[in-house]
Design a protein around this ligand. Structure first.
Ligand SMILES: [Cu+2]
Length: 554
């Protein structure tokens, strides 16, 4: 009884505090206007140059992306959103991608080029691939009458060589038996020959489809992998502005394969903390290479449960916390995009992303006290691969600009000290550093002129690359680099190993001896998370990791 009273008192006290210090959000959409993009992308098919390229072909618009200046130009101010775009069509008649580069402000001027590269399939293209399978004499009937359920597997594209040695566009489709004794398999839907590719082993190499599967059921709902959407978020408390930053939805995020929920121009109490913070690299390695390894992508938004008001394309402001697959154990949702909500003294941004059967959570938590908790979560819907022990590796890129882009330096803390008595020492040149929990190792980025700084404190679940069972796949824990506008990601654009596809993070090449003290610095921070589905607690649907970023002398 006594316990109950004290609990009630505590909660009354807490709620009084919360009302007094309630966080207020102001959200403003940053262009371009979705209507304008829609109009431009529709008009594109009628442009004479595009018509010439796609005349008498079977084709589809795969993506329409707004482009940022490349390389990044930091001296440009955060003005209006860029108006340059790239539209990617796939021409199935000639098995090639058609790239159309243009500018919303100059609708008549476009540049058309062709490419032999294979863009990642979209949800709509996958749906087309399934439709094609429905016509197949072997699997078609079972798919049509619901004995087989189609799902999105890894890898998303299957290597099928044409007579001249080129890859024919072939979409991977998982076929899972429902109330039938049909075989579980992963097939290819060849959109060039319009036929089905099957494998003796039941799945293409580096993948698996056997009787045993792990993870919640796949729910076929649309995803979004390219769409504009960014918002300015201002967080204030009692009339004081605490946070101001730009949030970019995964479907509009930077990098070769997206970056998850991306934050830009992050200011705390009117002072710049980060120029850009994102996750441009994500990969997974299986023990004994049971499947994969896979390089993932972080631009495909899936569904979560989020009730609230849509404040901009891809953003929903919610009065209560949004729920992802980690909370519900369900793949279904009522919203695809980034949910924003306040939880206690934190503002939370969260989005669930899909890559094949994987479900990833990209989350940012910004506390009234200046603490930032970047988080990444790993889950999956039913498939045969994830029943095997595997290791997920997200790589955050933190482009700190403490007060200014330049005049930043990084110091490392070790307790016990590495040498002598000093627990702090300055990093003078670019370097890769291991996390070392035994020395309570952490890092501090600070402005050498004004003294403010932010600490990067490793999280308890972030792992250590060298002790991860898949070492050296993870490559490292922390890279401290001089800033370069053309080093926003490592440029890898393939999914699975072999055929010249190296899925490992390729960051070591950026470490080439440049001085970093009193300069513009960037920190890459990797997580190494072992996922063993067989040992998950009931109600546990994956793992979450991430460091804490904490202000000092602010
Ligand atoms: Cu996993």
């Amino acid at each position: 009884m006594k316990k109950k009273t004290s609990k009630a008192t505590r909660s009354r006290k807490a709620s009084a505090e919360d009302t007094r210090q309630e966080l207020k959000l102001k959200i403003e959409a940053r262009g371009p206007d979705p209507g304008r993009i829609e109009t431009a992308s529709r008009a594109l098919a009628d442009h004479p140059l595009v018509r010439e390229s796609l005349a008498r072909t079977r084709s589809r618009l795969l993506s329409f992306e707004m482009l940022e200046p490349d390389p990044e130009n930091k001296t440009a101010r955060a003005g209006p959103a860029p108006s340059a775009y790239r539209a990617t069509f796939y021409d199935y008649t000639n098995n090639r991608a058609i790239l159309v580069d243009g500018d919303l402000d100059q609708p008549k001027r476009v540049r058309v080029s062709e490419s032999g590269s294979q863009p990642l399939p979209t949800y709509e293209e996958f749906a087309e691939a399934v439709k094609l399978l429905m016509k197949d004499e072997k699997v078609g009937a079972a798919l049509r009458d619901g004995q087989l359920k189609a799902y999105r597997p890894m890898p998303p594209l299957i290597d099928v060589e044409s007579a001249e040695g080129r890859h024919e566009r072939t979409i991977g489709v998982g076929l899972f038996p429902v109330k039938s004794d049909a075989r579980h398999e992963i097939v290819g839907s060849n959109l060039i020959q319009q036929g089905v590719v099957r494998f003796d082993e039941g799945a293409p190499g580096r993948s698996s489809a056997i009787e045993g599967v792990c993870g919640p059921d796949y729910v076929q709902q649309p995803t979004t992998s390219s769409a504009a959407g960014q918002v300015w978020i201002t967080v204030s408390q009692g009339g004081t502005v605490l946070w101001k930053f730009l949030a970019v939805r995964p479907a509009a995020s930077s990098g070769t394969r997206g970056s998850g929920v991306e934050l830009r121009f992050v200011d705390y109490r009117g002072k710049r903390v980060l120029y850009r913070a994102h996750v441009p690299i994500l990969n997974v390695r299986y023990d004994n290479d049971a499947c994969g390894p896979y390089r993932d992508w972080q631009n495909e938004e899936g569904m979560i449960q989020a009730n609230g008001v849509d404040v901009a394309p891809g953003f929903r402001l919610c009065p209560t916390p949004a729920k992802t697959i980690f909370d519900t154990g369900s793949d279904a949702g009522n919203f695809g995009g980034v949910a924003i909500y306040v939880q206690g003294q934190e503002v939370v941004l969260v989005c669930e992303m899909e890559a094949g059967w994987y479900r990833y959570i990209s989350e940012w938590r910004l506390h009234a006290n200046g603490r930032i908790r970047p988080r990444f979560g790993f889950s999956a819907v039913q498939n045969s691969c994830v029943c095997n022990v595997h290791h997920h590796h997200p790589y955050w890129r933190f482009d700190f600009d403490i007060r200014t882009a330049g005049h930043n330096r990084v110091r490392e803390f070790n307790d016990p000290p590495l040498v002598g008595r000093s627990k702090w020492h300055t990093k003078s040149f670019e370097i890769r550093r291991p996390r070392n929990p035994a020395r309570k190792r952490k890092w501090r980025v600070e402005n050498t002129v004004t003294g403010e700084g932010y600490e990067i404190i490793p999280g308890p679940d972030d792992g250590v690359a060298t002790t991860s069972p898949d070492w050296p796949y993870g490559r490292g824990d922390v890279w401290i680099l001089r800033y370069h506008g053309n080093e926003l990601d490592d440029g890898v654009n393939c999914t699975t190993g072999g055929f010249g596809c190296v899925t490992e993070a390729n960051l070591d090449g950026f470490v080439n001896g440049e001085a970093i003290s009193d300069h513009d610095v960037v920190i890459w921070y990797a997580g190494h998370v072992t996922h063993d589905v067989a040992h998950e607690e009931p109600g546990e649907f994956g793992h979450i990791c991430g460091p804490d970023l904490k202000p000092v002398n602010w």
